[in-house]
Design a protein around this ligand. Structure first.
Ligand code: TEU
Ligand code: CA
Length: 539
């Protein structure tokens, strides 16, 4: 039963391997770097690590373009090293979730190379979506489908056919109606489950099945306002039922977390059935404005949606695709907090940091599974001044150089020292980190924060430790308390209260409450200031 499994209250830490720690000094993060930092992760108090893709890849989309699902990219290390890493993490009590990218592969995947060589009408092409183009000479894309990265979702090959790619042209979409595609991924699942992996994060989990015939958007019988022919098609659920059967046939609880951006909560929760995925990311929570009503609405909706299907609620504030939340919360206008930073909207990083600290206490006090993104525990902000010629995200060129993309949240982490690479690469490394780190990060290194009770790192460590010692695993005892406008207040049973002040001024704490943790200093009169959260032991 998923309600009793290890994921129920897990804090899962996302590692973006290129940017976590560089063991060999080539300026790119790798498995040796991760292995050297496993004690840091265990000490932080997390339960599991999710790795963004570590497979063999030309890195057209940071590894979300996979050329070999059964091997590790040489830039990151070897399969043997991954096996050691899994073993070492387990010995420290950390579980490992890996990213599975089943919607598309790399254009350098052997199957795609074979499809190109075999030509139109071949069985090799049937594993992908190849079509003749429109127009008199087939010079127009087969349909009007757009790529998520900008431009059409179709590219033309030398013999004149077009292939579908919902992301970059280097990421051809698989045809999930093809039995060999299904068999291949079931085998890939077993390959990693056999190596002790505890779970999978499924990339764009709702995109795999397409509406039959791939109709034009204008000819598609949409079921609601957001509905599109390339997402959330009913056939996708068969895939996950088969996968769940495989995962459940293994010892221990092997879990799935889906990346599903769907506005319709009923359709979203359809993935969270007992015979499909265990969890999916709570993107409405990530996207909510820093506003008590907005957050409370999302939290209530999350509980209401998850309870009937018995699924674990999840919480997330940042990941490798969005503006870091220190920056989002520091904007004067937080109504659409995950939208890209726009020119002319000022960012107040001191304010953003105060709110991010409070948000950490809110998120870590909620019942359910929490996802943390590397660097949020250091209080890192989005890096917004990466020189254009160093940007790597395919969204930058695909958008016609209008969308700076997601590199600003992917800058290599600062570990120690006064200047770049801030311990990201070993001493003596001559190659700089693959994205430049801000000078100001000297004050944000793990080393600088370690042992400083006012640091973001120590706030996360204290919160993660208290979460284990003070909060009951079931979460069933969650209850809102009445509170002034602008405040969020709830208990997790009689002994524990969380208060978050999103209002304008300070608020008095309840009498006879012991303060376990605060996200910022109380006022002289012991009140909780605006943009501050507290955990209290109440009797
Ligand atoms: O993201 C899928 C996705 O659709 C959203 O994250 C968003 O639309 C995208 O960031 C817009 O640029 C996943 C991965 O998390 C992302 O890193 C990959 O680039 C993408 O899939 C393709 O594999
Ligand atoms: Ca390296």
């Amino acid at each position: 039963d998923s309600r009793t499994g290890w994921l129920q209250n897990a804090a899962v830490y996302q590692i973006y391997p290129r940017s976590f720690a560089d063991g060999n000094g080539d300026g790119i993060g790798d498995l040796a770097g991760v292995r050297s930092r496993l004690p840091y992760l265990a000490d932080l108090g997390i339960d599991a690590v999710w790795f963004s893709p570590w497979y063999t890849s030309p890195m057209a989309d940071g590894g979300y373009d996979v050329a070999d699902y059964r091997d590790i990219d040489p830039v990151f290390g070897t399969l043997a090293e991954a096996e050691k890493l899994i073993e070492e993490a387990h010995a420290l009590g950390l579980r490992i979730i890996i990213d599975l990218v089943p919607n598309h592969c790399s254009s350098r995947h052997p199957w795609f190379a074979q499809a190109l060589a075999a030509g139109p009408g071949s069985p090799e092409r049937a594993r992908f979506h190849f079509r003749r183009g429109r127009g008199r000479r087939g010079e127009l894309p087969p349909t009007d489908w757009p790529s998520h990265f900008g431009g059409p979702a179709w590219s033309r090959v030398a013999d004149g056919e077009w292939y579908l790619h919902l992301f970059a042209p280097e990421q051809p979409d698989f045809n999930w109606d093809h039995p060999e595609v299904r068999a291949e991924f079931e085998d890939v699942l077993r390959f990693w489950l056999d190596r002790g992996i505890d779970g999978f994060r499924i990339d764009v989990a709702d995109h795999l099945a397409k509406y039959p015939g791939l109709p034009e958007v204008s000819h598609y019988p949409a079921r609601n306002g957001d509905d599109v022919p390339w997402a959330d098609q009913d056939g996708v659920h068969d895939i996950y039922r088969a996968w769940r059967g495989i995962a459940d046939s293994y010892e221990g609880e092997r879990v799935f977390v889906g990346e599903i951006w769907l506005g319709d909560t009923e359709r979203f929760c359809a993935y969270l059935r007992p015979d499909e995925l265990h969890t999916a990311f709570n993107f409405p929570f990530l996207g909510a404005a820093w506003d008590a009503d907005a957050l409370r609405t999302v939290i209530d909706r999350t509980f209401a949606d998850h309870a009937p299907v018995g699924a674990i609620p999840t919480w997330v504030l940042s990941n490798h695709d969005v503006i870091r939340h220190v920056t989002r919360y520091g904007r004067a206008d937080t109504r659409h907090s995950w939208a890209p930073v726009t020119e002319g909207v000022p960012v107040d990083l001191a304010l953003g940091t105060r709110r991010a600290r409070a948000a950490a206490l809110l998120t870590l006090a909620l019942p359910g599974c929490t996802y943390l993104y590397q660097g949020e525990e250091l209080g890192l902000a989005e890096v917004e001044d990466i020189p254009a010629d160093l940007l790597q995200d395919p969204r930058w060129p695909r958008s016609g150089f209008t969308d700076r993309g997601r590199d600003g949240c992917r800058v290599p982490l600062p570990w120690a020292g006064e200047r770049a690479p801030f311990g990201f690469s070993p001493v003596g490394a001559t190659v700089p980190p693959w994205l430049p780190q801000p000078v100001a990060w000297a004050g944000f290194t793990a080393q600088a924060q370690q042992g400083d009770p006012g640091s973001v790192l120590e706030l996360y460590r204290a919160a993660l430790a208290l979460r284990r010692s003070e909060l009951s695993p079931s979460g069933d005892e969650f209850c809102w308390l009445s509170a002034p406008v602008g405040m969020l207040a709830f208990t997790r049973g009689p002994g524990f209260t969380c208060l978050v002040n999103l209002g304008a001024g300070p608020v008095a704490l309840p009498d006879h409450a012991e303060v376990l943790l605060v996200s910022g200093a109380l006022t002289d009169t012991g009140r909780l200031p605006a943009d501050t959260a507290a955990w209290l032991r109440t009797t």
